[in-house]
Design a protein around this ligand. Structure first.
Ligand code: 26V
Length: 821
């Protein structure tokens, strides 16, 4: 049909009466509630539907534009998209926040309170998933044709409660009341095969080909979520797949008259997209996880090729029309899958299919930790994906042949770079497959990318010298500054205009204001207001009173030994001991805030949470430190919590063992919100130091290189224990039950990991310089003008860490896609 603008319900999104009408209409006709009998959730849903309506038109317009311009598209394949809440973000991006605030006030409601009724989309573990969400925001804002593909988990990241100081996990039933942002697409449905067997046959042209048959199939059904860019011009799409039982599968049992069995099978296959795996620290080789990976990869590739084939013949031009970014190795099965589709379904010869594949894919590595690198047993692959296993073998065979021709006689090299690891019982190294099958491989910060090339992938860097690149991570300024810190955003806009929202490097214009006493005063007032707001939330939710004038010292991130929350705790205990013994001088009052989830099976991480809570309790009970030291563990750290906490941070703890945190992104969020970093020379901290200047950051500890040396010479944690009385005291207190009198041995294993188990994360080696550095922090904090000056310079010089800059680099250096206006 022909569409003219007069048929749209809201012709002008700035027209308050028509917005009000739309809102009430949704409440009545979509929610089915009488406006006089509603709760906050009803209004939230009605409002979300109106906002989605506004997005939908722009979204269709964007899709039309891409189609008409035959724009090259990028597809971001990720097992995780940690989106958080969407209401306020969407309103700000389409520029209707104030209008809707007004509309709601007219009916006696408060927009920001309503926004709390939204369940957050916690479809990710941490940094990797949040990065994907930031990149979607930047793709849309930069008007790039970028599409996310992932899984519509019925249960996202578990929610965390703290009971008796211990983490308790609860299922995240986020879809309970429905998801107002998504469009279900029951007609966008693909078959995904598993198991079965491969038969070889000879075709009329004489070629040997393969057919994958007798498979057990699951259907993938699409759900679309619109992704608005800032300014609202472009709205992109995030397509998430949900598993549905296949008819055939059910029919088999129905036909046998076994109704119950049929329904059972249906449930079994629909379990595939049930839950997000919450363990981002150890690869656990579970069958369901591999099925999830192939499920979403297969559906996404079918969908991508369908779009491509709608107006292209043959596949030779695929790399000119399509770029596929693999977010870590989790979707790397896409490489053999594309080979399979091209060869088995479209008869493309190997050589041609391989060139297309390599030119289409690129891979981002997010970790060097050996225990997190993905490997799958050959046996499991053989069982679930027999055809893919054979293709991987063939890829590997041809690759190794080439390597042995280029590096004759180097058998050890062959063993090291092979996709198949024979030393640990025949396992597939997915990172090797991802590197071999991509034209570009990127790390996520300078140090990380360099270590990638010189340590775990050094052989590959020799084999493919132009393949490895660095693209340092970034964060979206829309959510993390403009939305999360409304007061600071307003102050910045008042000072330098609003251009920074889409051009974050403009924050540089704030630098001269660091020397302006009146500006410093206002900047400090904003930080204090944010701290007061956080203090009120902590009081309301946890019934814990904190002093909003104390220094807010914050470490929020997943709990992991390499992130060294233990080092932070050791400093807290040391501070406590100094206060008790009266050796503290005029110590600065501090509130040390922790937050983060531990993987449910990660015993040490869970024990660290208990230790933090036990230390907090001991300190609370001791009148000697009342008003000068307070420890708070904020339960259920997630995107919404992050948006409340980060604007209030003064000291940003980024204290990972050098060489272990690939990038970090919380470090960027805090710095751009006016926190000063205390950190090691790790991940993006190094680049933050380069941008803000070494006088505006607190750096301590061994460098990655020094740690390597230390380990080479035989690192002895006992040496540090014996030679530092304060360290010895802190460790002895933990080990002998000072903080756990009811169970003195509770934390023995933690202390053992430091003293008897080699201290893998060099906590003891960095303790001395960390504590000394914290004294410097106190010294600076005692001079509020000097502190504020540095805080302002952090904001001014962190513009480079915008995800707009990062995505622009991907677009230019990897995807080769221009903007599409
Ligand atoms: C690994 C696994 C292993 C198998 C089961 C589930 C699962 C889920 C996620 C992961 C990935 C861990 C890697 C990761 O999240 N890396 C983080 O990526 C951030 C964005 O690049 C970066 O800032 C962090 O430094 C890095 O730790």
């Amino acid at each position: 049909m022909t569409v003219t603008s007069d048929i749209y319900e809201i012709s002008n999104p700035k027209d308050i009466p028509s917005l009000r009408r739309a809102l009430v209409n949704r409440l009545i006709y979509s929610i089915g509630k009488d406006p006089v009998e509603t709760n906050e959730r009803d209004w939230f849903f009605a409002l979300a539907y109106v906002v989605r309506d506004l997005l939908t038109l722009r979204w269709m317009e964007s899709m039309r534009r891409y189609y008409l311009q035959d724009a090259k598209r990028v597809y971001y394949l990720s097992m995780e998209f940690l989106i958080g809440r969407s209401l306020v973000n969407s309103l700000l991006n389409i520029g209707c926040y104030n209008e809707f605030k007004q509309v709601l006030e007219d009916v006696g409601l408060n927009l920001d309170e309503l926004a709390e009724a939204e369940e957050e989309a916690a479809l990710g573990n941490g940094g990797l998933g949040r990065l994907a969400a930031c990149y979607l925001d930047s793709l849309a804002t930069l008007q790039l044709p970028g599409f996310g593909y992932g899984i519509r988990y019925e249960f996202g990241m578990f929610s965390q409660s703290i009971e008796d100081g211990y983490q308790v996990e609860h299922p995240d039933n986020w879809l309970r009341y429905g998801n107002p942002w998504e469009f279900a697409r029951p007609d966008v449905l693909y078959r995904v095969q598993f198991r079965g067997r491969v038969v070889e046959y000879r075709e009329s042209d004489g070629e040997v080909r393969y057919r994958w048959i007798d498979t057990e199939d699951v259907m993938a059904m699409a759900y679309d979520i619109p992704v608005p860019g800032y300014g609202g011009e472009t709205v992109n799409n995030l397509r998430l797949w949900a598993a549905k039982a296949s008819r055939d599968f059910e029919l088999k049992y129905f036909n046998e008259g076994n109704y119950i069995k049929a329904v059972e099978q249906k449930t079994r296959s629909e379990n595939l997209s049930k839950v997000l795996y919450p363990d981002d620290t150890t690869q656990m080789g579970r069958q369901l996880r591999l099925k999830q990976e192939y499920f979403f990869v297969s559906a996404s590739l079918q969908d991508i090729l369908k779009t491509y084939s709608a107006d292209h013949r043959g596949f030779a031009a695929l790399p000119q029309e399509v770029a596929v970014q693999l977010n870590d190795t989790h979707p790397s099965i896409a490489i053999p899958e594309l080979m399979r589709i091209l060869m088995d379904e479209y008869r493309v010869p190997w050589h041609e299919a391989w060139n297309i594949t390599v030119q289409t894919f690129s891979y981002t590595n997010h970790t060097l930790l050996p225990e997190a690198l993905e490997v799958w047993s050959v046996r499991l692959f053989e069982e679930l994906l027999p055809r893919h296993l054979h293709i991987i073998y063939e890829i590997n065979y041809r690759f190794l042949k080439e390597v042995s021709e280029r590096f004759p006689g180097d058998l050890d090299l062959i063993r090291r770079v092979s996709v198949v690891d024979e030393e640990h019982g025949s396992r597939l190294r997915m990172s090797h497959l991802a590197i071999i099958g991509s034209h570009k491989v990127n790390g996520v910060a300078e140090l990380h990318s360099r270590l990638m090339k010189t340590t775990i992938f050094r052989d590959f860097d020799r084999i493919f010298p132009d393949r490895f690149v660095n693209i340092t991570n970034g964060i979206t300024p829309r959510r993390w500054l403009n939305q999360a810190n409304r007061d600071l955003a307003a102050l910045i806009t008042e000072s330098i205009g609003s251009g920074w929202v889409t051009d974050l490097e403009r924050l540089r214009e704030l630098a001269p204001l660091a020397d302006d006493a009146a500006f410093r005063e206002r900047f400090r007032a904003v930080k204090l207001a944010n701290k007061t707001r956080l203090a009120a939330l902590i009081d309301k939710r946890l019934a814990i009173r904190i002093d909003q004038t104390s220094l807010f010292d914050v470490q929020v991130k997943r709990i992991h030994e390499y992130k060294r929350q233990l080092l932070n705790v050791l400093h807290v205990i040391t501070r406590y001991n100094r206060l008790r013994s009266g050796k503290s001088g005029d110590i600065v009052p501090r509130t040390v805030i922790f937050g983060g989830k531990a993987a449910p099976g990660y015993h040490a991480a869970k024990l660290i949470i208990k230790l933090i809570n036990d230390v907090a309790k001991a300190i609370d009970r001791d009148p000697a430190v009342d008003g000068v030291l307070k420890v708070v563990f904020v339960p259920d750290y997630n995107v919404s919590r992050a948006m409340e906490i980060i604007p209030a941070v003064e000291l940003s703890e980024q204290i990972s063992t050098a060489g272990m945190e690939a990038s970090g992104t919380g470090n960027m969020k805090m710095a751009v919100n006016g926190a000063i970093t205390i950190g090691t020379l790790d991940g993006a901290n190094i680049e933050i130091r380069e941008h803000v200047g070494e006088e505006n950051i607190f750096i301590f500890g061994h460098t990655a290189g020094q740690l390597e040396e230390l380990r080479r010479d035989g690192y002895d944690p006992w040496r540090y224990y014996r030679s530092n009385d304060e360290l010895k005291l802190a460790l002895d207190m933990i080990a002998t039950g000072y903080f756990s009198p009811d169970e003195p041995d509770r934390f023995k294993s933690l202390v053992d990991s430091l003293l008897r188990d080699g201290d893998k994360f060099a906590v003891l080696a960095d303790y001395g310089s960390y504590v000394a550095c914290q004294e410097e922090v106190d010294r600076l904090y005692r001079d509020p003008e000097a502190w504020t000056r540095k805080a302002i310079l952090n904001v001014a010089h962190c513009g480079w860490f915008s995800s707009d800059r990062a995505v622009r680099e991907y677009a230019e250096r990897i995807w080769d896609i221009p903007t599409c206006r």
